[in-house]
Design a protein around this ligand. Structure first.
Ligand SMILES: [Ca+2]
Length: 289
C-alpha cells in the first residue's frame, strides 16, 4: 500500500508511534511526509531522525506552520511537548518560511504519480487545505483521505480541527473521499501502565530505541498516560474494510474559542463508529517490533 503521511510530529507522542508503525511495515511504501503546525521545519527534522534510523529513504517536507486563518485560534490553550523548549510558539521567522506551498505541492505530485495512494493526516489540516486550493486537476478526490480529527458523536471541541478550522471547512466543502477517526473513539485507546510497559519494551533496534527515548521525554514532561489517537487512524486505514463507519455531511461550527462538528444527512464523509480495543492494542504493540 502506498501512503502519504501529514503529521504534527513532535508534540503528543502518538505521531512518533504512528510513524514507527508505518516504517516497520514492509507492506507500506511511504511516498512522503509533510509536517504541519507551529514549527513545521523542526517537526520535519525530528521525523527525519526516525526515518534515518529506519534505513529507509522517504522525502520529508516542512509544510505550513501557520493555520489558514492566521493566529486567531492558535493561542487556545498551551501545547505541551516532550521536547522542552525546542518547540517554541510560532514566531515571525516561521511566517516567512510559510510562504511556500512545497509540502502541499509535493503531496499533490505524489497523488498524481501514484493513483492508488492513500493520505493519512494526523495533525491540523492546513497542508491538506492548501492542497485542496492548489488541486486544479482534482487529484485528491481519487484518493481516500484518513484523518484523526473532530468529534462526531458529541459536542466536544477537538484539537486538530480547532487548530485550523478553515482548513477543515475547506476539506468538507471539496468533493473528497474522507474518513474521519474522531476523538470519541481515539480516547478509548488510552493505555494502562502494563500496556505502556509492553509497548516500551518491544524491539531492540535503533528505531525502537529512538521511540523509547521519545516516550521517556513525553512521560517526563507531561506525566500523562499515553493515548495513541493517531495510531488508531492508521489502524483504521489498514482495517478500513472490517470496521464500522457512520456517514454524514459535516460542517464546522465555530463558537467563541471552540469548534464543533455539525453532521447532517449525507454520505460525503465516513467516521469511525467503533473498533475492538484489545485487537488494536495488540496490533500496536506488535507494530513496534
Ligand atoms: Ca498528531
Amino acid at each position: 500500500m502506498k501512503l502519504w503521511l501529514d503529521t504534527d510530529f513532535g508534540d503528543d507522542i502518538d505521531d512518533a508511534l504512528t510513524l514507527e508503525a508505518i516504517l516497520n511495515d514492509s507492506n507500506i511504501e511511504l511516498l512522503g511526509i509533510s509536517t504541519v503546525f507551529k514549527n513545521s521545519p523542526l517537526r520535519a527534522m525530528l521525523a527525519q531522525e526516525m526515518v534515518r534510523r529506519s534505513g529507509k529513504n522517504v522525502p520529508i517536507y516542512a509544510g505550513k506552520s501557520l493555520p489558514l486563518q492566521g493566529l486567531r485560534k492558535i493561542n487556545h490553550g498551551e501545547i505541551y511537548n516532550q521536547y522542552g523548549k525546542e518547540l517554541e510558539p510560532i514566531d515571525q521567522s516561521f511566517i516567512a518560511q510559510d510562504e511556500t506551498n512545497q509540502a502541499s505541492e509535493a503531496m499533490l505530485k505524489a497523488m498524481k504519480d501514484h493513483p492508488d495512494a492513500y493520505v493519512l493526516a494526523i495533525g491540523p489540516l492546513t497542508n491538506l487545505g492548501v492542497a485542496v486550493s492548489l488541486d486544479k486537476e482534482h487529484l485528491l478526490s481519487n484518493h481516500p483521505i484518513f484523518f484523526m480529527g473532530g468529534d462526531w458523536k458529541r459536542r466536544v471541541s477537538e484539537w486538530n480541527l480547532l487548530c485550523d478550522v478553515e482548513a477543515a471547512a475547506r476539506l468538507f466543502k471539496a468533493k473528497l473521499d474522507l474518513y474521519a477517526i474522531g476523538l470519541e473513539e481515539t480516547e478509548k485507546t488510552r493505555m494502562s501502565k502494563e500496556e505502556e510497559e509492553r509497548m516500551r519494551s518491544t524491539g531492540s533496534g535503533p528505531l525502537n530505541d529512538y521511540r523509547r527515548k521519545l516516550m521517556e521525554r513525553f512521560k517526563q514532561s507531561t506525566h500523562w498516560e499515553i493515548t495513541p489517537h493517531d495510531c488508531l487512524a492508521y489502524y483504521a486505514l489498514l482495517n478500513r474494510n472490517n470496521l464500522l463507519w457512520g456517514k454524514g455531511r459535516p460542517q464546522v461550527e465555530v463558537e467563541g474559542e471552540d469548534a464543533y462538528i455539525k453532521l447532517s444527512e449525507g454520505d460525503s464523509l465516513h467516521y469511525l463508529e467503533s473498533f475492538d480495543r484489545l485487537a488494536f492494542i495488540n496490533w500496536l504493540c506488535q507494530s513496534m517490533n
